[in-house]
Write a protein that binds this ligand. Structure first.
Ligand SMILES: Nc1ncnc2c1ncn2[C@@H]1O[C@H](COP(=O)(O)OP(=O)(O)OP(=O)(O)O)[C@@H](O)[C@H]1O
Ligand SMILES: [Mg+2]
Length: 312
């Protein structure tokens, strides 16, 4: 057994009647890393995270969590914390009382000080307000505080950025980064790649229950793939003509940009793009803007999950 692995899943499947929610999933989560789980709606993210939290057990395959095989018992394995489908909180209690209740359930031992975790997630000012009046983002942060209270070695969060404002997002990012730096494994889901870019070193992409990519982000973006680019120049007509003459440049007609518009949208690999820019400059056409329509990572994600690239 690899002791650096917080989670080792092999061939894990989970069925709901005829629906294959997870289809022979392999997953390795290393200690000290933040791992992103990404996929379209219904891909199986919540189902997989639920297995890690002990909310259900795999129908097929083997799952080891923190070195222990996941048994048939439906309990959160020791050292694992987090939530799916929003944190379970008592609305009539304050933030502090919620955490105190949780600490009491745990016998008050081995839990972190309540004031510390409230401070960590930025809820000190509302610590004595009832949760009933909390916004979605505040509930998410309190859910994270509740998870931190147990000093987890594996933290599992389902779409934690839901409802977070930019400041909240920064707070949560800081907390997760510190936790991973202290050696815990963190796994979080999102249906947006750009959400995970700033935070995760590794991602697993799920599509209809299957793993279509798992590995470092760098490997995903470096994959040699055609992208759609937007090009704005000082002479759109000349640019269009040069683009049509350059091998490997394919105009994207249904791009939403009008044919006579200033912006030209085309699909190309990087070498063809280099050639076009060289030809433009040689012809005295100034390049004012040249950028991928969606980020390379988002494009890789969309291609792997076979989703339509939105028109620019
Ligand atoms: N309790 C359940 N009963 C029946 N089907 C379920 C149940 N939970 C999940 N499913 C099905 O399993 C599949 C995966 O669902 P899951 O909730 O894991 O996807 P997800 O990736 O979390 O999606 P989303 O981005 O919408 O949250 C879907 O087809 C869903 O309809
Ligand atoms: Mg989900």
């Amino acid at each position: 057994m690899d002791t650096n692995l917080a989670v080792r899943a092999r061939g894990v499947s989970r069925f709901f009647g005829d629906v294959v929610a997870l289809d022979a999933v392999d997953l390795d989560l290393a200690q000290g890393q933040i791992h992103g789980l990404v996929g379209p709606n219904g891909a199986g993210k919540t189902t997989l995270l639920g297995l890690l939290l002990g909310l259900a057990t795999p129908d097929e395959g083997t799952l080891e969590i923190l070195g222990t095989p996941a048994g048939r018992a439906l309990t959160a394995p020791d050292g694992v914390a987090g939530f799916v489908d929003g944190p379970g909180l008592y609305p009539s209690l304050t933030a502090r009382q919620n955490l105190a209740a949780l600490a009491a359930l745990r016998g008050g031992t081995r839990t972190a000080p309540i004031d510390d975790v409230l401070h960590e997630v930025g809820l000190t000012d509302v610590a004595d307000d009832r949760v009933r009046g909390f916004s979605l983002g505040m509930r998410q942060r309190l859910g994270l505080a509740a998870a931190l209270l147990t000093r987890p070695r594996l933290l599992v969060l389902d779409e934690p950025s839901n409802g977070l404002d930019p400041a909240g997002k920064r707070h949560v990012h800081g907390v997760l980064t510190r936790l991973a730096a202290d050696g815990a494994a963190v796994v979080l889901s999102s249906h947006r790649m750009d959400d995970l870019e700033a935070l995760c070193s590794e991602v697993t992409i799920l599509a209809t229950g299957r793993v279509v990519f798992s590995g470092p982000l760098a490997k995903l973006s470096a994959e040699n793939r055609e992208l759609d680019y937007r090009l704005r120049t000082s002479d759109p007509a000349a640019a269009r003509k040069l683009a049509e003459e350059t091998p490997g440049i394919r105009p994207v007609e249904d791009s939403g940009a009008r044919r006579d518009s200033e912006v030209l949208v085309f699909r190309a690999l990087v070498p063809a793009l280099d050639e076009l820019v060289t030809r433009l400059v040689r012809a005295g056409v100034a390049v004012r803007e040249l950028a991928p329509v969606v980020s390379p990572l988002e494009a890789a994600f969309l291609a792997l999950t076979e989703q339509e690239v939105p028109a620019p």
